[in-house]
Design a protein around this ligand. Structure first.
Ligand code: NAP
Ligand code: 8YV
Length: 330
C-alpha cells in the first residue's frame, strides 16, 4: 500500500530552494522555520517532524535533539557539515546529500575560475566598461597564462574527475592527491599533498571540508607550489588557511588564487578583496537554475524514497556504513 506522504511532517527553512519547497509543500505536510533555534520555534511546529530538508550546519544540532521521531535529514548540497550530519547519524537518523547531479556545473565553474584568475578577464572587462579601452588603449598583457601549466587536483572524486577531463581538453597535464589511488584513472598519483604541490604549478582543491582536510593547504604547501603557482579552491573554505594564503599572495610566495569558497562565508577578508592577483566568486559553483533544480529534486526524491520504500537514494557514506535502515515509526 503506498505511503500517505501527506501525513508526514517535513521541516525546512522558510528561505529554502523554491522548487524543493514547492514539491515538499505539495507532497508532504510541510513546516517552515526562519531560524533553527528550538527555543524560538513554537512547540506545535516541532511536534511529529519526521524529516528535515535543509543545508544542515552546526546550528541545527539543537533542532535535531528536539525532534525524537526524526528519521531523515536530506541535505541540499553534495558537501555536508560533518559535525551536525554525524551527530544526526549517531542518533540513528539517515542523512542524504546530492552527489553527481552537480559535477559538470561545478567543474565548469572551476575552469572559469582558473581562466579568470590567470587571464584577469574580470579586470579586462571592467577596463572596457570603464571606457579605458577608448581613452587609454589596450588592456595590459597578463603576466600569467594557462599555457604550459601543470595542474594538480587535490580531491580527484566525482567533481575532481570532471575538472580533470576539462583540464586535459585544454591541453594541460593532470596529476592528483587523494588518500588512496583512484582505480579508474591513470593520472600520476602523489601520496602526499606536499608532493603534489611541489610537482605542479597549479593546484585545484575540491576535497570535502572535514576535520582531516582543515587548513591542509597551509604556508608549507603554498611554498611548495612556488612563485608561479596558482591556487584554485572550489571545495570548502576550511581546507585553505586563509591567513597563510593572504600572506603568500602579498609576499609573492605564489602568483595568484581563484576562490569560490571561504573560511567564514559570506565574510571575505578585506585583504583578499583588495588584491588584484585574485579572482573571488561568492560560492556559485553549482548556482544555475538548471543544476539547483536537479539538486532540489534529489533532496525531495530522497525523502519520497525513504518514506515510501524505506531506503534513501543517496545517503552520505557515513550513513551507509552505519547501515541505517528505516525505523518503524509507530
Ligand atoms: P567526492 O566524489 O567524495 O570526492 C572527494 C575526493 O576527495 C575523493 O577523491 C577523496 O578521495 C578525496 N579526499 C577526501 N578526503 C581527503 C583527505 N583527507 N585527503 C585527501 N583526499 C581526500 O566528492 P565530490 O562530489 O567530488 O565533492 C567534493 C567537494 O566539493 C564536496 O564535498 C563539497 O565540499 C565541494 N563542492 C563545492 C561546490 C561549490 O559550489 N563550490 C559545489 C559542490 C561541491 P579519498 O577518499 O581516496 O581520499
Ligand atoms: C551549494 C555546494 O552551494 O553542493 C555543495 O557542496 O557547496 C553547493 O552546491 C551548497 O550546497 C549550498 O546551497
Amino acid at each position: 500500500m503506498p505511503a500517505d506522504l501527506k501525513s508526514i511532517r517535513i521541516l525546512m527553512p522558510s528561505h529554502f530552494n523554491a522548487h524543493a519547497a514547492a514539491r515538499i509543500e505539495a507532497e508532504f505536510d510541510a513546516v517552515t522555520i526562519d531560524d533553527p533555534d528550538p527555543a524560538r520555534i513554537p512547540t506545535e511546529k516541532l511536534a511529529g517532524i519526521r524529516g528535515i530538508a535543509a543545508g544542515l550546519g552546526p546550528s541545527w544540532i539543537p533542532v535535531i535533539d528536539a525532534l525524537p521521531p526524526l528519521e531523515i535529514v536530506a541535505n541540499f548540497g553534495v558537501g555536508y557539515d560533518p559535525e551536525s550530519s554525524l551527530h544526526a547519524i549517531d542518533k540513528g537518523v539517515c542523512v542524504t546529500h546530492t552527489p553527481t547531479v552537480l559535477d559538470e556545473e561545478v567543474a565548469d565553474t572551476a575552469l572559469a575560475l582558473l581562466l579568470n584568475t590567470v587571464r584577469e578577464f574580470w579586470f579586462a572587462e571592467k577596463w572596457l566598461r570603464d571606457g579605458k579601452w577608448e581613452k587609454e588603449g589596450n588592456y595590459p598583457l597578463t603576466g600569467l597564462s594557462l599555457r604550459d601549466r601543470q595542474v594538480g587536483i587535490y580531491g580527484l572524486g566525482r567533481i575532481g574527475k570532471a575538472i580533470a577531463r576539462r583540464v586535459e581538453a585544454f591541453g594541460l597535464s593532470v596529476s592528483y592527491h587523494n588518500r588512496s589511488r583512484a582505480a579508474d584513472v591513470d593520472y600520476p598519483y602523489y601520496e602526499t599533498l606536499e608532493g603534489l604541490a611541489s610537482a605542479v604549478d597549479t593546484l585545484i582543491c575540491v576535497v570535502p571540508g572535514t576535520p582531516e582536510t582543515h587548513h591542509t593547504v597551509n604556508a608549507a604547501i603554498l611554498r611548495a607550489l612556488g612563485p608561479s603557482g596558482v591556487l584554485v579552491n572550489i571545495g570548502r573554505g576550511t581546507v585553505v588557511d586563509e591567513s597563510a594564503l593572504v600572506a603568500a599572495l602579498r609576499d609573492g610566495v605564489i602568483a595568484a588564487a581563484g576562490l569560490d569558497v571561504f573560511e567564514d562565508e559570506p565574510h571575505v577578508p578585506a585583504e583578499l578583496a583588495a588584491m588584484k592577483n585574485v579572482c573571488l566568486l561568492p560560492h556559485v559553483g553549482s548556482a544555475s537554475q538548471h543544476t539547483r533544480r536537479l539538486m532540489a529534486d534529489l533532496v525531495v526524491d530522497n525523502l519520497v524514497s525513504w518514506f515510501s520504500k524505506g531506503e534513501a537514494l543517496t545517503a552520505v557514506p557515513e550513513a551507509k556504513s552505519a547501515s541505517l535502515a528505516k525505523r518503524k515509526n509507530g
